[in-house]
Design a protein around this ligand. Sequence first.
Ligand code: ZN
Length: 180
Amino acid sequence: MTTSAPRPADSLRAAGSVTNRLVEANQRYAAGFEDPGMDARPVLKVAVVACMDARLDLHSALGLELGDCHTIRNAGGVVTDDVIRSLTISQRALGTESVILIHHTGCGLESLTEEFRIELENEVGQRPQWAVEAFRDVEQDVRQSMQRVRTSPFLLHTNDVRGFVFDVHDGLLREIDPAL
Ligand SMILES: [Zn+2]
């Protein structure tokens, strides 16, 4: 056994760690925080499903405030089984009624293919159970996402489901017609 391996406490204090920076920011945030006294139900009764892309600031882009909405994000803003799980809880336990789906221009998933899974299998010896959900046509992918939400048997509210593409260069949302 060597004595040079970093102990957990040392790595927690590692200089320049991005996590340390975030924790410090949280301490400043908490210092000025006042309990808004809200319950867990979103004020606007809306759930937003969006890509995890770092350029998409959902609250600013949609004029949302604390407590307004549920935010469900993953790579691509894809409507996976787990997103349906979250939407089901959002609607049935926490009262949301509308769903907004947001994909965006320049998404990382446009440069991947399902071959990504094969490459993973070659590297680590097992193929993931999940689909990559790569796409070439962002509009078509938004349509598919809307369809998955609208046809889910678990959701109470599927009438107000709208899909958009966010342009990362001009900040505008473009609505996608589900019927095309
Ligand atoms: Zn993306």
